[in-house]
Design a protein around this ligand. Structure first.
Ligand code: NAP
Length: 256
């Protein structure tokens, strides 16, 4: 395995997980940049890197620079970088690779997983979606991804955007439903723990059968009386609309 010298722009969720895992696998993190030097220092200390808060101080005699900032800040950061090499990649699902085309060597290093700075995560099976502007650069990014995961995909920018959209449905929307469910239970002083086994089983079951076949509940059974009882319990128009809309969507998919 080739070890790379890497610098990371950003000190948030992704930057933290990647930097720690790269270091464990023997790569060297040279610099960590954040607008806020304290954020840079917190991450840099964990991996013995140098914290910086000025992009002009970014060293370029390294192998790879990873941009791990919010999607909307990528262009702003790119506009402040006045060099053409080394290889530079961002980690966003929804930003085209061409956003980096002012550099000689560029690509994308998108991990399709949900990362929170303070939640442990084994990167072993995380799908890394790789794209690059040349075969040489693609190989470098694939080698880097292979050093921390066994699950590498080559996706172009359009495919990556589709995958990102699907992930929003699968993860963000599901998680929002968990949060809504927690609020409903809280009002009746029922612990959220009561739902944890069914949430886990929902995710486990679809490892064996397709999600469409795994669907249960009143909507797929067209159990109208139960659905009416539920609607009567909901305390806002917003929740009623959400319940009806999602139930309708379940029925539409069943009838396709
Ligand atoms: N978290 C995930 O689950 C996940 C999964 C896959 C891909 N990604 C992608 O990874 C990237 C980072 O996401 P994240 O979850 O790590 O975000 P995050 O935890 O919110 O961290 C965002 C980072 O961006 C920096 N930043 C924000 N605006 C900036 C600006 N105008 N100029 C310079 N720096 C700026 C912040 O700097 P300060 O420290 O100065 O505030 C912070 O270091 C995004 O492109 C996201 O789409 C995230």
């Amino acid at each position: 395995m080739q070890n790379f010298n890497i610098s990371i722009i950003g000190a948030g969720n992704i930057a933290t997980h990647l930097a720690i895992n790269f270091t464990k696998k023997g790569h060297l993190i040279e610099q960590v940049y954040s607008r806020n030097i304290n954020n840079a220092k917190i991450l840099a200390k964990k991996i013995k890197a140098n914290p910086i808060n000025n992009l002009a101080n970014l060293k370029t005699n390294i192998d790879i620079i990873l941009i791990c900032v919010s999607d909307s800040a990528i262009i702003e950061v790119v506009n402040q970088l006045n060099f053409r090499s080394p290889l530079i990649a961002h980690t966003a699902g929804s930003v085209p690779m061409q956003a980096l085309n002012k550099f000689d060597s560029f690509g994308v290093f998108y991990p399709l997983q949900t990362f929170s700075k303070n939640a442990k995560l084994n990167l072993n099976k995380v799908p890394f979606c790789i794209e690059a502007n040349s075969e040489v650069n693609k190989k470098k990014l694939i080698d880097l991804a292979n050093s921390i995961s066994n699950n590498i995909f080559e996706l172009n920018s359009e495919e990556r955007l589709q995958a990102h959209l699907a992930a929003v449905f699968a993860n963000n929307f599901s998680n929002h439903m968990f949060a809504m469910a927690e609020q409903m239970l809280k009002k009746h002083k029922i612990p959220f723990d009561i739902l944890k086994p069914i949430i886990l089983e929902t995710a486990t079951k679809i490892q064996q059968i397709p999600p469409q076949l795994a669907q249960t509940g009143p909507a797929v059974r067209n159990d109208i009386k139960t659905m009416e009882k539920h609607l009567a319990l909901l305390t806002s128009q917003h929740l009623e609309n959400l319940y009806s809309f999602v139930s309708q969507s379940i029925q539409n998919l069943k009838n396709q």
